[in-house]
Write a protein that binds this ligand. Structure first.
Ligand code: M6R
Length: 620
């Protein structure tokens, strides 16, 4: 959450900062701000709203070849100009942008206020600016002693201050009397330094750097960096220098322009056939009826030893995990579970060292999923990534894993990452299944069906059926109920999440069998119920629940597969191409993505940037 960009060089910083913020805006878009350094002064501009508001407010000729900038997703303090970053110390000599949360804000603030610091915002981040100023001025931890080694030394001041901050941070700091440097520090919130020719960049996300350089240094937790025109020096928060490793960013990983589409969400829905081809390409071994995921580095012997599989993620990634767990149990006959990362990390989980875990994340930066990853490692478990963003924190922390190859997903609502996460998990389930349970012909049958899916997705998207009629039913509803069984229960959950986040329509999703244990009380004449019932072993049971809803006057939107004799049972009937029953989520989720998209459009929502959300959730 929140995006940081920084630049130190010889050219004007403003265009680089604004361009960087635009690339990072998906991380948060409540407000934005920047600070540049010119003639011993900090020039700070902040605005509520999108980066475009800031860009119009900042003079085109804004001076300064060193600067930092930030796009905010509010945590502490409302969405106001005063709470936008950068924050400065009382005298306006030090400016700070911060991603993360200061957990001991109250104690630090009380002490700084007692010493005379003047706070101008409600944020936790402002504490950092005052604390750094306190040490930069040479005061000791209690304000009474003097620290001559720290006074006037930007790195020492940031190090001494951040050692007293509890919580998570990625910070960038500029000093009015140090015109050619930025000091950065990281603990739990990613920062990456970009190395140019005579200029150096900083960003919370390496994508923001690709127009300028491909040579990067990822800061590690509890490291600091001193950026100058000459490059970067890194230090350990606890003392001493660190050894920066320079990485080469991969070639541009896809097109992040909207093309002819009105927004990213619709484009990304239509990207799915090609994105799936990218994910599956070269990984299916048709002849042997299995799959090969090189990044997992799993020998058949290790596969045989696995006692359980756990898939861990948040939001849409969690729904993908539900499908993945079902696929592993069915194909490999190994116990498998889907876990919500924010719950998992704090419940002191029992980790069997023979089990295998997967951290599933589009961004690779989700704080809870990263936290769960670390907890599993700490307990001696084995965890691998199923991640989209190459080089992201989860990918690097896990070391091993599978890239899902969706290409950049810019819309906050996840679509093509969902289908590619599932596709990657099917590949793993097939690989494991073929080693442990499936015959060659069973393996080949599943592999063939999986390979055919991208064409089926493409065919459906060309003629998606009566989505408009479903939109009419949901946009005026008090609430919408989504029902499905087995893997379709995960699709129901994903459909509800999508409609809530894009159209702000209240939704609930239940495994169909649970409906009569509570949610049925919501049904009134005309209540929309979306039933996902492709032709599988559970369809008859789901259809009984459909009848129970209809008996209470519900308006049924039914999603089935081609050729199902019950395809006309709904008030609105949407038919998707037929596939292997375990693979149906790759098809049945498509009308739900389109439903959310079109409902959002009909209600005038901001499709790509729904209110209150951010693409990358880097705080707990
Ligand atoms: O980047 P991640 O896949 O880890 O993100 C997890 C969730 O924050 C994300 O899926 C969220 O639920 C989406 N906005 C849903 O569309």
């Amino acid at each position: 959450m929140c995006g940081i960009i920084g630049f130190v060089g010889l050219r004007q910083a403003r265009p680089i900062l604004i361009d960087g913020l635009r690339r990072l805006e998906y991380r948060g878009y409540d407000s934005a701000g920047l600070a540049t350094l010119s003639e011993g002064r900090l020039l700070v501009h902040r605005r509520v709203g999108r980066v475009s508001e800031l860009a119009s407010a900042v003079p085109a000729d804004l001076a300064g070849a060193t600067g930092i900038a930030h796009t905010r997703w509010a945590t502490h303090g409302g969405v106001t100009q005063a709470n936008a970053h950068p924050h400065t110390d009382s005298l306006g000599r030090i400016a700070v942008v911060h991603n993360g949360i200061v957990e001991n804000m109250a104690a630090l603030k009380a002490r700084l206020v007692a010493e005379g610091a003047v706070f101008r915002s409600e944020t936790d981040s402002e504490v950092i600016a005052h604390l750094i100023a306190h040490f930069y001025d040479g005061f000791g931890p209690l304000g009474d002693s003097i620290m001559p080694d720290v006074a006037g030394d930007p790195v020492a001041a940031v190090r001494t201050a951040m050692a007293r901050v509890r919580g998570t941070w990625g910070v960038a700091v500029v000093f009015a009397d140090q015109p050619d440097i930025i000091v950065a520090a990281r603990n739990g919130s990613p920062l990456v330094v970009g190395l140019g020719e005579g200029e150096t960049f900083l960003a919370s996300d390496s994508h923001a750097l690709t127009p300028y350089t491909r040579r990067v240094v990822y800061l590690q937790d509890r490291e600091l960096a001193l950026l100058s025109r000459e490059g970067v020096q890194t230090f350990l928060l606890d003392g001493g220098e660190a050894n920066p490793t320079v990485h080469e960013l991969e070639e541009e990983w896809g097109d992040s322009e909207k093309g002819d589409f009105p927004n990213f969400m619709l484009k990304e829905i239509h990207d799915q056939p090609d994105a799936l081809r990218q994910c599956l390409g070269g990984r299916i071994l048709a002849e042997e009826g299995t799959a090969k995921l090189g990044g997992l580095d799993l020998s058949p012997r290790r596969v045989m030893e696995v006692s359980r599989v756990g898939f861990i993620g948040c939001g849409t990634a969690y729904h993908a995990c539900m499908v993945g767990a079902a696929a592993v149990e069915q194909l490999a006959r190994v116990p498998a579970t889907a876990e919500i990362a924010s719950e998992y990390r704090y419940r002191n989980p029992v980790i069997d060292p023979r089990s295998l875990h997967f951290a599933v994340s589009q961004s690779g930066e989700t704080a809870d999923t990263l936290g769960a990853t670390r907890e599993i490692e700490l307990k001696g478990g084995e965890i691998m990534g199923i991640v989209n963003v190459v080089g992201s924190s989860i990918a690097r922390t896990c070391g091993k894993g599978v890239y899902i190859h969706s290409g950049p997903e810019m819309a906050v609502a996840s679509t093509k990452a969902f289908t590619n996460m599932i596709a990657a998990m099917y590949l793993f389930a097939l690989q494991m299944g073929r080693t442990r349970a499936l015959s060659p012909s069973q393996g080949r049958e599943f592999a063939e069906a999986l390979r055919a899916v991208p064409d089926l997705v493409e065919r459906y998207l060309k003629d998606p059926g009566p989505i408009d009629a479903a939109v009419t039913a949901v946009i005026k509803a008090k609430n919408v109920l989504f029902l499905g069984r087995g893997v379709s229960a995960a699709v129901a959950a994903e459909g509800a999440l999508k409609l809530m986040e894009v159209a702000y329509v209240p939704c609930i999703a239940y495994p169909s069998g649970e409906m009569k244990h509570g949610p049925i009380a919501l049904l009134e004449p005309g209540s929309p119920v979306i039933v996902i019932a492709p032709d599988d072993a559970l369809k008859d049971k789901t259809l009984s629940n459909l009848q129970e809803s209809r008996a209470r006057g519900a308006f049924i939107v039914l999603i089935t597969s081609e050729g199902d004799e019950y395809s006309e049972m709904g008030d609105v009937n949407i038919v998707v191409p037929r596939t292997h029953e375990l693979l149906s989520p790759l098809l049945t989720v498509l009308p739900l993505q389109l439903l959310a998209y079109q409902a959002g459009l009909a209600l005038g929502r901001d499709i790509d940037r729904p209110r209150n959300l951010a693409k990358s959730v880097t705080v707990e």
